[in-house]
Design a binder for this molecule. Structure first.
Ligand code: FAD
Length: 450
């Protein structure tokens, strides 16, 4: 995106509305930052482009009265801030019901975990794990995951690796380098941590829906959160910032931008941003991900086993049993990358059949008749742009986690991509919001004490 270089304030019109701090984005990072500032007695406003809070988090109520998450949901091992927030906001957390290992299925076939296909795939995962720890060769910055996987001779092993890498990152495998992938694995503490349920990134769930946390934070902030207020330009000067948005102009001492870098590229800056920040915005993209939750009277699949599957037929998908204890059956399904976008071309019935059909041979025909169905294609969300996180475009040197947070005059950065720990996760969003609020509070004249 071209950066405007002309100085000056927004054109004429009404006087800008004033606040001490303006936060751009009412996702978890922005809401946490605003809450922390408000608690310090600082006058804060949040400008959110969508008509709802939560960004990459979104909970819905099912026909059976339970709550399901279409966006971020799992509390990973060691995600203490997320867990503490869930407790503070009065929600219930439970451990996800999970087998030792997901079952890999290919059409009607169950792929044996000790067979040649699975062993070949697990050998590659081991190689990646080691390469991530010792450091991937720089030459792999231009080697796409898709072309790397092309060297895996075993078709089913290759497909299994495609599904695992795609669902765990949401990347287009031909636009994502092996280097970036291994860097992500290193940053997240290893493959086992990223992919595991118990002890890993998919350990716990919020019974009331993780998205409920965002709703409650926004409700507590009341009319300090202004929806349908896409920020289009930020003007920095020696005394503060002027922010132009769909709901008018705002004048503040400080602004915190929590929007992920590729989506933040839509905001003009006066004066222009430094070259490194422009590169970060231009050289990253949001992944493509489709998520569905099928709702049943009860988790009937538990009568004969579990529902944690990796399906290799197209679309490749991962399914999880996210049912709350004693509640209805919630079957969570994820499809990522180009196969997620391909689902957009189907009508609702065809899409549901494409998702549930391959599961019926393994979970039984009842899976085809859910009581409720919730779905979202995140890459089609014009405000969020996709998920789970911003990804580096192959061949570029930008976008590795965590993103730089050096303030630019009165402009500060937050958002999960900037977190020092657990970037890309809700935990990282919370950490970044807390950090940015502390940073801004300390930089204000006559800063109120903590
Ligand atoms: C399908 C899916 C599954 C996920 N699963 C998990 C999981 O299980 N566990 C986990 O920990 N994480 C998960 N994540 C990731 C997690 O949801 C995110 O890391 C986290 O929610 C990011 O929060 P954030 O505040 O940093 O960014 P966002 O939530 O993206 O917030 C940014 C906000 O800025 C707004 N915005 C954008 N442009 C503008 C503008 N110009 N002006 C004003 N506002 C603007 C957006 O609408 C958005 O509300 C998942 C994400 C997705 C999409």
């Amino acid at each position: 995106m071209a950066q405007q270089t002309s100085p000056g304030l927004p054109d004429g019109g009404d006087l800008p509305r004033a606040a001490t701090v303006v936060v751009v984005g009412a996702g978890m990072a922005g809401l946490i930052a605003a809450r922390a500032l408000h608690r310090r007695g600082i006058d804060v406003l949040v400008l959110e482009s969508a008509a709802r809070p939560g960004g990459r988090m979104l909970a819905e109520t099912t026909v059976l009265g339970s709550r399901v998450d279409l966006g971020g949901q799992w509390i990973g091992h060691g995600h203490h801030r997320f867990e503490a927030l869930a407790a503070e906001l009065g929600t219930t957390v439970f451990a996800m019901r999970t087998p030792d290992r997901a079952t890999v299925v290919d059409g009607d076939t169950v792929v044996s975990n000790s067979g040649v296909d699975a062993v070949a795939a697990y050998a590659v995962l081991l190689v990646w794990e080691i390469a991530a720890r010792v450091g991937a060769p720089r030459a792999w910055r231009t080697k796409s995951l898709r072309s790397w996987l092309g060297h895996v001779p075993n078709r089913r092993a290759r497909r299994l690796l495609e599904v695992i890498t795609s669902v765990s990152t949401t990347a287009d495998l031909d636009r994502y380098s092996v280097y970036a992938f291994l860097d992500m694995i290193r940053f997240q503490g290893g493959f086992r941590t990223m992919l595991s349920t118990a002890g890993g990134a998919q350990e716990g769930l919020v019974a009331d829906g993780a998205g409920t946390l965002a709703e409650r934070l926004a409700a507590d902030l009341g009319d300090r959160v202004i929806f349908d207020s896409a920020v289009t330009a930020i003007h920095r000067d020696d005394d503060g910032v002027t922010i132009r948005s769909a709901t008018g102009s705002y004048r503040a001492a400080k602004v915190i931008v929590t929007v992920p870098p590729p989506m933040a590229a839509r905001i003009e800056h006066h004066p222009a941003l430094p070259a490194a920040r422009i590169r970060l915005q231009d050289n990253t993209y949001m992944g493509s991900v489709y998520k569905a939750i099928a709702v049943y009277d009860r988790p009937f699949w538990r009568d004969r086993g579990h529902a944690e599957l990796l399906a290799l037929t197209e679309p490749g998908l991962a399914s999880f049993d996210t049912s709350p204890p004693g509640g209805p059956g919630h079957l969570c399904i994820l499809v990522a990358g180009p196969e997620a976008r391909a689902l957009d071309g189907l009508d609702n019935d065809a899409r549901r059949a494409a998702i549930l059909g391959p599961l019926a041979a393994h979970l039984g025909p009842r899976v085809l008749e859910p009581r409720g169905w919730h779905e979202k294609s995140w890459h089609r969300d014009q405000h969020v742009g996709g998920g789970y996180t911003a990804l580096p475009i192959i061949g570029t040197d930008d976008g590795y986690l965590p993103a730089d947070t050096t303030p630019l005059g009165h402009l500060h950065w937050a958002g999960t991509e900037t977190a020092r720990e657990h970037a890309g996760y809700i935990e990282g969003a919370i950490e970044s919001g807390e950090r940015a609020a502390t940073e801004v509070a300390a930089a204000l004249p006559d800063s109120p004490a903590d």
